[in-house]
Design a protein around this ligand. Structure first.
Ligand code: 13P
Ligand code: SF4
Length: 301
């Protein structure tokens, strides 16, 4: 039996659903039941009716699945699959920041720990950040964390008074305006799509044709008739884009934009996770109850 067949058989045997993020390795995406961005996967996890959810993504995504569907067993195939951006802020830091700005609303990006979400008033993903910020009453100041590039992008789009936490994603922060200028010169006429975590997204906004979540980019890829598109995000997404639209050339802005956390998981880890029921992700009930408020509000947005 091939590894892929083993995974498929174990999914049935263990009554499991396999969710994979757009940055996962191609072979993991190909065997998953659902592939998508953070918001899409949070929704799929919330609605999952199998006993086990195997999350081929990173820890904050698995925690989100557990919070939204606490009756299920949630498995993360490799515990090293963390997130450099989520590590940029702790719950204690959120409490201290809030104390400096009484009355402000805390908007947390989904790329945060459950503890941080529990200290927040709103939660957003890259696909709904503008909408979520627009929900905050106009008179309220906003503390946005932890990604300063996404925060700056949302601040420009909404014109809201926002304080930004100084954090960034180690992969996307390296995608800079200089790289955009070089790509423009080397690929004249090719549209450029960028994830809002990019170090270029907020600074050279007029240079970027579309600022999109990873699923937004996949939809753009499906619909475009352009011969070439430059893609400014983690390179794992190119697998889906190329498969969905073989007539367009999808060129990464930086072929070295690889998330080491996402790549901790391979198909053997997924097989072992299903076979040995590992590694179980749990969230303390009190933390989960507080984080669920903001996640449910976000899902309803
Ligand atoms: P998306 O929600 O757009 O998939 O982004 C998640 C992420 O971790 C980007 O680095
Ligand atoms: Fe976290 Fe960045 Fe990896 Fe996304 S790409 S999971 S934000 S480290």
């Amino acid at each position: 039996m091939s590894l892929e067949e083993e995974v498929r058989a174990l999914k049935d045997e263990r009554d499991a659903v396999l969710l994979a993020h757009n940055y996962q390795r191609p072979e993991v995406q190909d065997v998953a039941d659902y592939v998508g961005d953070s918001l899409y996967l949070a929704r799929r996890a919330r609605e999952a009716d199998r006993s086990v959810i195997v999350f081929a993504g990173v820890r904050f995504m698995a925690e989100t699945a557990k919070i939204l569907n606490p009756e299920r067993t949630v498995l993360l195939p490799d515990l090293r699959a963390g997130c450099g951006l989520a590590d940029a802020v702790t719950a204690d830091q959120v409490r201290a920041w809030r104390a400096e700005h009484p009355g402000a609303a805390v908007v947390a990006y989904i790329n945060t720990s459950a503890d941080v979400k529990a200290e927040s008033d709103y939660c957003c993903t890259s696909s709904n950040a503008v909408k979520v910020v627009e929900q905050v009453p106009a008179e309220q100041e906003i503390l946005f964390l932890p990604d300063m590039f996404l925060g700056d992008y949302v601040r420009r789009r909404t014109g809201r008074r926002m304080h930004l936490w100084v954090g960034d994603c180690p992969v996307h922060a390296k995608l800079r305006p200089e790289g955009v200028a070089r790509a423009r010169a080397e690929h004249p006429g090719a549209p450029l799509v960028a994830h809002p975590e990019c170090g270029c997204a907020s600074q050279v906004l007029p240079e970027v044709d579309r600022v999109l979540s990873t699923d937004g980019m996949v939809r753009f890829a499906e619909e475009t008739k352009e011969p070439e598109v430059i893609v400014a995000t983690e390179v794992g997404i190119l697998h889906r884009m190329r498969r969905l639209n073989p007539s367009t050339a999808f060129t990464p802005l930086d072929a070295g934009a690889v998330c080491p956390y996402m790549k901790e998981i391979d198909l053997t880890d997924v097989r072992d996770s299903l076979a040995e029921r590992r590694f179980v992700v749990d969230v303390l009930p009190e933390t989960a109850a507080r984080a669920r408020r903001v996640l449910e509000r976000m899902i309803a947005t």
